[in-house]
Write a protein that binds this ligand. Structure first.
Ligand SMILES: NC(=O)c1ccc[n+]([C@@H]2O[C@H](COP(=O)([O-])OP(=O)(O)OC[C@H]3O[C@@H](n4cnc5c(N)ncnc54)[C@H](O)[C@@H]3O)[C@@H](O)[C@H]2O)c1
Length: 389
């Protein structure tokens, strides 16, 4: 089958296996071109097939030489559909890791379920041993509660106010108005249930109870803050509530496992094009403008650069960079620089004032988004038939 990108509602419905492999190789090439890091020996990454989790797995394996266990939820291809991006990414990662003699195993299934936790822990026991680092990097639309079977959905909505904003269509660059009604109390609670810290705590507890968490292990989850222009729809909205819960969970883990010397930390990362971020209204426009400004200033980073910096300067540095007042790592430091935000805000205002038919800054976002799905990768012949399963 020849595979072309099919974008609908800012989601890409197809993925290209060869392009995904190239994209994984590009990330590996980046980390192997940098000085190696004395990092984790055995790491578990929950949410390891895409975005930040995949990048962290590549840094762990190819810069630190760690054995990596990855958990994710991805679909294989069928006769009519390509597999999901993460499926192809993972095939490529495992192939490259095994070719390099690195220990790596993956578990494809629902992170929130008891079965997947048990399967992962069993495989750790059989194939790797206790982990000294756990990275929690899930971005999920829903969760089935392992105890009750009840389903919870996460929503991106403002709280206590209606949100009127602008968003941009990735395919066409067309600007449109977006309206989001204030979330109900149930929607807030459901979003916290899915994207808050409960499942992170469940993983740490399960690993600890089964003696698969080394004494003194590090664990990390990822958060986002962002500027005032996206605050009504993000940080002050349902997602922000979930992130507050996730951040508070770091303290709960530190208190609960103090005897085991576990160190839980939050890393506030930069806004980046991933499958998760592309569907958040207004954030697409913000990221497009942010990319334009950060690239112009030579400050742009992708997932792999962010994760390399996280390991080198914070998690495994002999002399770690300072944390913020709330004890969080701030990898969004360059994004939040005053000069960067000042220029992004000016571009944003210009767009609000002039309402152009086409936002030119989306072109770079679209390219990155397509590359993220294995398209527009140099060296890949997209006219060739490929196996999609
Ligand atoms: N992208 C950004 O701009 C950004 C910025 C800062 C922080 N973050 C945070 O980083 C984390 C990862 O986000 P991302 O953008 O890399 O997301 P992503 O969509 O690229 O990857 C999400 C991962 O979660 C996995 N996943 C989803 N549901 C699952 C389930 N039920 N069971 C098992 N695995 C499941 C997917 O398979 C994938 O590996 C999130 O917490 C997000 O809020 C993202």
């Amino acid at each position: 089958m020849k595979i072309q990108p099919r974008i609908r509602n800012n989601m890409c419905l197809t993925a290209h296996p060869d392009g995904c492999r190239e994209q994984v190789r590009e990330q590996i090439a980046y980390v192997t071109s940098q000085p190696s890091i004395r990092g984790p020996k055995r790491i578990l990454i929950v949410g390891a097939s895409n975005g930040y989790g995949l990048a962290a797995r590549i840094v762990s394996a190819f810069s630190c030489g760690a054995a990596t266990a990855g958990v994710f939820l991805e679909k294989p291809g069928s006769a009519r559909r390509t597999a999901t991006v993460g499926w192809y990414n993972n095939l490529a990662f495992e192939q490259e890791a095994h070719d390099s003699g690195l220990v790596a195993f993956s578990v494809n299934g629902d992170s929130f379920s008891r079965e997947i936790k048990e399967e992962t822990i069993q495989r750790l026991r059989d194939e790797m041993g206790p982990v000294d680092c756990v990275l929690y990097s899930i971005a999920a639309p829903r969760r089935i509660d392992a105890d009750t079977g009840e389903m919870y959905s996460s929503v991106v909505k403002p709280i206590g106010q209606r949100f009127l904003g602008k968003t941009v269509d990735i395919k066409t660059g067309a600007l449109s108005d977006v309206v989001a009604e204030s979330a109900t109390e149930d929607e807030i609670q459901e979003t916290v249930k899915v994207m808050g810290g409960e499942d992170w705590m469940d993983w740490i507890e399960a690993l600890h109870n089964q003696n698969m968490l080394s004494r003194g292990a590090a664990t990390l989850a990822l958060s986002y803050v962002g500027p005032s222009i996206t605050a009504p729809i993000y940080r002050d909205g349902t997602m922000g509530r979930a992130k507050q819960h996730l951040e508070a969970t770091a303290d709960s883990i530190n208190r609960r496992f103090v005897d085991h010397d576990v160190r839980a930390t939050i890393s506030v990362n930069k806004a980046l094009v991933t499958r998760a971020s592309a569907v958040i209204p207004s954030v697409t426009l913000y990221i497009s403008l942010l990319y334009a400004v950060m690239k112009r200033k030579g400050l742009h980073e992708g997932c792999i650069q962010q994760m390399y910096r996280l390991f080198r300067d914070y998690l495994y540095s002999a002399n770690p960079k300072p944390l913020d007042a709330e004890g969080r790592i701030r990898l969004d430091d360059w994004e939040m620089r005053e000069d960067v935000q000042h220029e992004v805000a000016a571009l944003w205002q210009q767009i609000i004032d002039t309402s152009p038919r086409h936002v030119s800054e989306i072109d770079e976002f679209r390219s990155e988004f397509l590359r993220h799905h294995g398209f527009e990768m140099p060296g890949v012949d997209y006219d060739q038939e490929v196996e999609i399963t």
